[in-house]
Design a protein around this ligand. Structure first.
Ligand code: HEM
Length: 285
């Protein structure tokens, strides 16, 4: 008589829930209000969703950096440049979604937020390590921001690493200079001199459009990503003002007026400066 082997986890066919770890995922929302304020679940899920998209953005931008590094080593090959542009397109589509997503949160009335807001203090989006990682990775490195982040050790370590690593901005310009065989920029060059040379490099690439379409595609995607991040900051401010007016944030900042001061932040300022240079000298005299 044959005996059936005991069914083990290994014999079971993979299911949707197993693969995506849905039970664990659905246990990760823990509202703090008692009795639970209806909109706290929305508030938690929106933030978690943003953090998941931030995670994917970091993953994709790391791959863009790797491709641009490879392009620096092989300036004659265009495969990596094409791949960088393709992945950047994914990043801009994600960023577009992140701008849109605030409309869902704006269905929450200010009074409904106040029903649980006090339970959040002193936590704040200020402390989003992944948002700060994105800024550092793209080239906006402000060491003072580390002071906000110490509580989550493994995320803090990632932030410190990002601060030391070359940014996407630096890697992009290294790759572009290698392709254009521009004279190497001395690491000691003054910041404003480096900025000017980089902007001129962009202008040169746009003026030789025929042989540089793939690079121009990368430039345009980076510009669009920059544009969308500013759009994200603006939509966040509008949503903040709509919800808490001009009052202070749970993280202790002045609130919307602090956030307004971040609107000038750009990841790739040379790409914007290049546009002024092109207009000032339209025929490249
Ligand atoms: C009712 C909803 C929200 C309100 C009232 C709000 C309010 C604020 C305020 C006042 C600040 C400034 C820091 C502070 O003092 O706390 C801030 C920063 C921030 N918030 Fe929000 N926020 C909301 C939703 C979100 C969402 C959904 C995200 C998505 C991740 C987010 C991400 C951030 C980030 C990343 C910062 C830092 C920005 C920077 O320093 O440039 N916030 N938020």
């Amino acid at each position: 008589m044959s005996v059936e082997p005991p069914s083990s986890q290994a014999d079971r066919q993979l299911t949707y829930s197993d693969y995506l770890r849905i039970p664990e995922l659905l246990r990760l929302q823990s509202p703090l209000s008692r009795p639970m304020a209806h909109d706290e679940l929305l508030f938690i899920i929106i933030h978690q969703t943003y953090e998941l998209w931030f995670k994917l953005l970091l993953h994709e931008l790391d791959a863009v950096v790797a491709n641009l590094r490879a392009a620096t080593r092989r300036p004659d090959s265009r495969d990596e440049v094409y791949e960088a542009a393709r992945l950047l397109r994914r990043c801009t589509e994600i960023a577009r979604l992140l701008v849109e997503q605030f409309t869902v949160l704006e269905t929450m009335l200010p009074t409904h937020f106040l029903a649980f807001r006090d339970r959040l203090r002193p936590a704040s989006g200020f402390q989003s390590e992944q948002f700060r990682e994105l800024e550092f990775l793209c080239g906006l490195k402000d060491e003072r921001m580390l002071d906000l982040h110490e509580p989550a050790p493994e995320l803090f370590a990632a932030l410190q690493r990002r601060l030391k690593e070359p940014s996407l901005r630096d890697v992009f310009f290294d790759a572009l200079a290698a392709m254009e065989t521009a004279p190497p920029m001395s690491p000691d060059a003054a910041e404003n001199e480096r900025f000017r040379m980089r902007a001129q490099l962009i202008v040169a690439v746009y003026r030789k459009e025929g042989g540089h379409r793939d690079w121009i595609d990368v430039c345009e995607r980076l510009t669009e990503f920059d544009e969308l991040l500013v759009a994200w900051r603006l939509r966040h401010i509008q949503m903040v003002e709509r919800t808490i007016g001009m009052t202070r944030g749970t993280g202790g900042s002045a609130g919307a007026s602090y956030l307004r001061a971040t609107l000038d932040k750009k990841f790739f300022p040379e790409l914007w400066e290049a546009r002024s240079l092109m207009c000032e000298d339209p025929h490249g005299s």
